[in-house]
Design a protein around this ligand. Structure first.
Ligand SMILES: Nc1ncnc2c1ncn2[C@@H]1O[C@H](COP(=O)(O)OP(=O)(O)O)[C@@H](O)[C@H]1O
Ligand SMILES: [Mg+2]
Ligand SMILES: [Zn+2]
Length: 287
């Protein structure tokens, strides 16, 4: 459970409910302020507020004034379910990034002749409106550290969910290419270190802070994490990952070598996709 060990805190959230949100494919994002600031967040209290919205049937349709039709925010109960899943993905993505930096620290290859980008996922929180009248629907938001263009670099999507190749149109400078090369390497390390079970995809954000990840798992683990964990994302990674200069410097084992192991786990003897793990037998004496 993502919230295990998390202590709730009471804060005041200020935002403009009539502001025009930034729309992704699933979530609407508004800027706001939280006071006091949350643990791990900027002391300025600057945050983004996210909610899932219902996809309009006709996204091109404008209202008579020529502006976009207002979006329909999903009900609070559904927000809690969907946003909790997002938070879980971000927590796992953070842990999978830790694995990459640990791998680098422990590597016997020494230091590469180029810098290692220092990147992490934003801190996140689930905010539930506090009110005495139990009858009214409480507002629910996911809060994230705000990625500001001045401080963290402009927002861009580096790698999509369905392909391991960086998005060419987003990579306009050598600095961005360097970050994209690093993220390609991150996927490869995560894949190897989890024995082909999971890696982070849908890399997006600034130069140092990332947000809104998906976790892609081996198909036999499907159904966990969020909707972006699609089987084709895994297959495409295995088939199309192209090693970057980081993969080459650290002499990473080929993706294909692990995916062979995975295939044999998935189609193990007499199984139809189940995993078999050998346990050492331990006798327990009940008195
Ligand atoms: N932490 C953040 N800081 C600043 N802008 C953000 C942040 N998260 C999202 N945005 C902006 O909001 C948009 C939609 O958010 P995102 O979480 O990517 O939604 P979706 O799940 O629909 O892709 C992004 O494309 C980006 O422009
Ligand atoms: Mg997104
Ligand atoms: Zn590689």
């Amino acid at each position: 459970m993502w919230s295990t060990g998390v202590l709730p805190v009471r804060v005041v959230l200020s935002y403009c409910p009539t502001g025009v949100p930034k729309l992704g494919s699933f979530k609407a994002t508004l800027f706001g302020q939280v006071a006091p600031s949350l643990p791990g967040f900027a002391s300025s209290g600057s945050v983004v507020l996210k909610q899932f919205y219902k996809k309009p049937k006709n996204p091109e349709r404008k209202n008579p004034a020529g502006s976009q039709e207002p979006i329909e925010i999903l009900p609070s109960g559904q927000q809690i379910i969907d946003l909790s899943r997002e938070i879980l993905c971000t927590q796992w993505a953070s842990a999978l990034m830790d694995i990459v930096y640990e791998f680098i620290t422990n590597s016997s290859q020494g230091s590469p002749p180029f810098p290692i980008p220092q990147m992490r996922f934003v801190h996140v929180a689930l905010a539930l409106e506090y009110r005495d009248d139990a009858d009214t629907d409480r507002k629910v938001f996911m809060l994230e550290e705000r990625i500001s263009p001045h401080e963290h670099g402009g927002w861009r999507k580096y790698i999509n969910n369905d392909s391991p190749a960086p998005i060419r149109s987003s990579i306009s400078t050598t600095d961005l290419q360097h970050v994209a090369d690093f993220l390609v390497f991150c996927q490869h390390v995560q894949f190897l270190q989890t024995l082909g079970r999971a890696f982070v995809s849908d890399f997006q954000g600034g130069l140092t802070l990332l947000s809104d990840p998906q976790i892609v798992t081996a198909p036999y683990l499907k159904g966990v994490f969020a909707g972006g964990n699609i089987g084709s994302a895994y297959v495409n990674f295995v088939d199309k990952h192209q090693c970057s200069k980081f993969c080459k410097f650290y002499c990473l084992e080929a993706v294909a070598s692990v995916s062979q192991v995975e295939r044999s786990v998935q189609s193990g003897p007499g199984s139809s996709g189940e995993v078999r793990i050998d346990f050492k037998a331990v006798s327990i004496i009940v008195r």
